[in-house]
Write a protein that binds this ligand. Sequence first.
Ligand code: GLN
Length: 248
Amino acid sequence: MKQSLIIGWLYPELMSTYGDRGNIITLQKRCEWRRIEAKINRLDLGFTINDLKKCDFLFMGGAQDRQQQIVADDLMKKREGLMQMIEDGIPGLYVCGAYQFLGKYYKEANGKIINGLGILDLYTENPGISFSRLIGNCVARVLNDKIIVGFENHGGRTYLGKQVKPLGRVIKGYGNNGKDQNEGAIYKNSFGTYFHGPILPKNPEFADYLIKISLEKKYDSPVNLSPLEDSLEIKAHNAIAKRLNIKL
Ligand code: GLN
């Protein structure tokens, strides 16, 4: 039986920065190279909860405060549907501004509060325009000791509550807030991260992990993905680590 994945891409025009759309291309290609059909569902402003519920995996990228303001009202209308999917364990990757939306609120540099979905036990505050943004290449140790590399650029500092675990520990860079060494968050099969770049092309193991758990969730049986020829991906991964003097 041919396997397939419907990948829901939330707000592709507004919530996508620093190459985030590369994550969609990576998931699609790594499926297709294994003869797994990957269908991309673009969920633009005004999408319905029915559209959302058709998806086997959810992706949402980052954005500047301005775009987050535009998206906020529309996203809040989908809160119940999204919360149910996240609670049911539908896998998803939420990058930077999207990750901030999963929490209680995001306080912008000007002090204005953007309400969050309140699905994950976290909140984000930008300490103000006089504070520098957290910018640069970054490396973290995540899941079972995997090393991921990426690029971060955020003014917001995120603080995790007790109900969520960090995605990983920062080895180089700032991560959630530049203080507690935490990077991202995990809640059931939902992953929040500050890693742009995009994150998945240079971290093929993490990309495959997301594909594997999405297929296992959909087909309710264990999945072993066939290996791919990743020399280019690994070269790019190692190049960032080398540039940051990280021994792999
Ligand atoms: N606007 C948010 C911040 O500055 C998110 C930035 C992003 O998604 N890159 O923290």
